[in-house]
Design a protein around this ligand. Structure first.
Ligand SMILES: *[C@@H]1O[C@H](CO)[C@@H](O)[C@H](O)[C@H]1NC(C)=O
Ligand SMILES: *[C@@H]1O[C@H](CO)[C@@H](O)[C@H](O)[C@H]1NC(C)=O
Length: 382
């Protein structure tokens, strides 16, 4: 017992010292995707300290995990929460949508800042036409529920697309949506314009690089110095692929008649490891991609077509997720290993407290309070 309380004390001193902010932290405008397809992640309470050490205050979830929402009570972290594709059918039913909002969102709103709900993720990537048809009605029904409950000013509604929705992505000014999605995207864009919510895209220059090794220069996708490419129709110069992808989506939206909808990046990232055929998936490249991206976000850069709109980005992802199916890269997008050590250096200091562990976050909060009181007592009586 004596040994373990002195261990507690030492660890808490570290924690308290850290809270005094003797560690230099960066002010990052970036958001982070907090994916949880893993069985070895730290508790949400510990994660809240990790994010605080990184000064990251925007988090995107793929669900509405109450453990996370509770663990981030009374923090200044903004959350995008998600309704998975499996909910789309039910969310077209106003009663079910209302039940979901009342049970999964409303109870947490007084303490946790939930600013946005993504209804479905990459729905058009899969060939399930029933889902395609359900998407807009589900978005509308969730939105109408928020209106009925007086929450629509606080919480917006959108969905996240993969770049598979484009048939042309280069040059950016020629960006166009796939023909077969026209009837769906028309309605969805009208919805965005009406409720003033952004279009979210999951954009991975890594995929374009990996699939076109001979055509795509690595420096261009990694935000490294390079010759860049010129859009022959606009004469705008692109020095990286991500900005070209974003502007291609702006062009596609414009082609459907909208100039008033913002495009944001709900996911981007680079794997630190992959299978043998996944060329480029290395810690060095991932460190360059994410490190260079952070610098640009800090500079509040816009894309060439929208220079005055600082690009809004959620990096994928916070942790490596060991239970994700698919090629090895899928399990290796994290900035951190589950034990809180960085997978590679992106020039940012981080800290995951060691002692606060348990599976339930309520227990965590309680445990943390006890530890804090114990540490205070130790300080006073030592
Ligand atoms: C944290 O980030 C915010 C903006 O994102 C910035 O205003 C603040 O100064 C940062 N704090 C530290 C300690 O870096
Ligand atoms: C959809 O609603 C049905 C009937 O209420 C329910 O059994 C089912 O679990 C719901 N689906 C999801 C994904 O919540």
């Amino acid at each position: 017992m004596a040994a373990s309380s002195s261990l507690l004390f030492t660890s808490l001193l570290v924690l308290l010292t850290f809270a005094d902010s003797s560690v230099q932290v960066l002010g990052l405008g970036v958001g982070i995707n907090y994916g949880q397809i893993a069985n070895n992640l730290p508790s949400p309470t510990r994660v809240s300290y990790l994010l605080r050490s990184l000064n990251i205050s925007r988090v995107k979830l793929y669900d509405a995990d109450p453990n996370v929402l509770v663990a981030f009570s009374n923090t200044n972290v903004d959350f995008i929460i998600g309704l998975g594709n499996e909910y789309l059918q039910n969310m077209t039913d106003p009663i079910k949508a209302q039940n979901w909002v009342q049970q999964r969102v409303q109870p947490y709103l007084s303490r946790t800042r939930i600013t946005c709900i993504t209804v479905g993720n990459e729905v058009f990537k899969y060939n399930d036409h029933q889902q395609w048809s359900n998407l807009l009605p589900a978005m509308q029904t969730v939105y109408n529920t928020l209106v009925d409950l007086g929450l629509d000013k606080q919480v917006s509604v959108t969905t996240a697309h993969s770049l598979d929705i484009l048939s042309v992505s280069f040059p950016p000014s020629a960006g166009a949506f796939r023909q077969d999605l026209g009837e769906y995207l028309h309605g969805i864009l009208n919805f965005h314009a009406q409720v003033k919510s952004p279009v979210l895209i999951n954009a991975y220059p890594y995929f374009a690089y990996k699939d076109n090794l001979n055509e795509v220069p690595l420096d261009y996708v990694l935000f490294q110095p390079n010759q860049g490419t010129m859009d022959p129709f606009t004469n705008l110069k692109y020095d990286n692929m991500l900005y070209a992808q974003v502007d291609a989506v702006y062009s596609a939206i414009k082609a459907l008649g909208h100039t008033d909808i913002e495009v944001r990046v709900s996911e981007t990232g680079w794997p630190s490891k992959g299978d043998e055929n996944e060329v480029g998936a290395t810690p060095e490249n991932a460190g360059l991609y994410n490190g260079n991206l952070l610098k640009r976000i800090e500079q509040r850069q816009g894309t060439p077509a929208k220079p005055n709109v600082p690009i809004d980005i959620f990096v994928f992802a916070l942790f490596n997720e060991n239970l994700k199916p698919g090629p090895a890269s899928e399990r290796n997008y994290g900035l951190f290993y589950p034990d809180g050590t960085p997978v590679y250096n992106i020039g940012v200091q981080s800290y995951l407290p060691e002692l606060i562990y348990s599976s339930g976050s309520t227990t965590n909060g309680f445990l943390f309070c006890c530890l804090l009181i114990l540490a205070m007592a130790c300080l006073i009586f030592s």
